[in-house]
Write a protein that binds this ligand. Structure first.
Ligand SMILES: Nc1ncnc2c1ncn2[C@@H]1O[C@H](COP(=O)(O)OP(=O)(O)OP(=O)(O)O)[C@@H](O)[C@H]1O
Length: 236
């Protein structure tokens, strides 16, 4: 299997402070499922931001889709970003747009003709089980419903990589399992999935997933072979 992501000795420093991420090296195999774990403040969100090109590293090499992403010309960034879907813990839906229009947004931004928008958006609404809420604006939806709209928006452009940052942080255990099922079904269709989570219950649900663990900005299991967190982290 090809590597879709490669980090080599990546460091990230915000301002003049100490490094938030140090010597981070790992590869993600196309089509695999990864959990990124670690205590609060370890640098998970920072690592994901590097991965979805919202942040440049202070040092090191990042290769995405076989190309150097650090020296990528600015004009090519939007094209790269479209190949990566992102799900945020706080949803980041547009409050005054309907669920339907939130999901349609990436297609419209990409210039897809309006005649070609309805079919995929309705398919996505059905996939996340919210066809009956198409007209609802996000503030009228529950947390789990909003997160499902956010997932639909993240994947409507058929990204090759799906990145989710604590996607189950604001939902109950049943909904967390339902969301995980959506990620799993995407992964089975070939999407590389990376989910950052504190929720060790979730890890047990996808036995084939690999686990990467950050501690104080260092990746302590770059092979992703570790399955269980240290006991000291178990209560998180
Ligand atoms: N934009 C920023 N400017 C300065 N420092 C930042 C910035 N973003 C994050 N940090 C710092 O980097 C460190 C890692 O933060 P990060 O959000 O990546 O951790 P995390 O593992 O995702 O934490 P959590 O699980 O609590 O979300 C923290 O000390 C944080 O304060």
């Amino acid at each position: 299997m090809a590597n879709i992501v490669q980090f080599e000795n990546v460091g990230l420093r915000y301002g003049n402070g100490a490094e938030t991420l140090s010597d981070v090296s790992f590869t993600l195999t196309t089509g695999s499922f990864y959990f990124l774990t670690g205590p609060s403040g370890a640098g998970k969100t920072s690592l994901l931001k590097l991965l979805y090109l919202a942040q440049r590293p202070s040092r090191g090499v990042i290769r995405l889709f076989g190309e150097d992403a650090v020296t990528l010309p600015r004009a090519r960034l939007p094209g790269f970003r479209r190949r990566i879907g992102v799900v945020f813990q706080d949803f980041r839906l547009v409050p005054h747009l309907s669920a339907y229009d939130n999901i349609a947004l990436p297609l419209r931004v990409a210039g897809v003709p309006e005649a070609d928008v309805a079919v995929p958006v309705n398919e996505m609404l059905a996939w996340v089980g919210l066809s009956d809420r198409a007209d609802a604006p996000p503030p009228t939806l529950s947390g789990g419903e909003q997160q499902r709209i956010a997932i639909a928006r993240a994947v409507i452009g058929r990204p090759e990589i799906l990145v989710a940052d604590e996607p189950t942080g604001n939902v109950d255990p049943d909904m967390a399992e339902r969301l995980l099922h959506l990620f799993d079904s995407l992964n089975r269709l070939g999407t590389t999935v990376v989910v950052a989570t504190h929720d060790y219950e979730l890890l047990q649900r996808i036995p084939a997933a690999r686990m990467m663990r950050l501690e104080r900005g260092k990746l302590i299991d770059p092979t992703g072979q570790m399955r269980f967190p240290p006991a000291s982290d178990g209560a998180r």
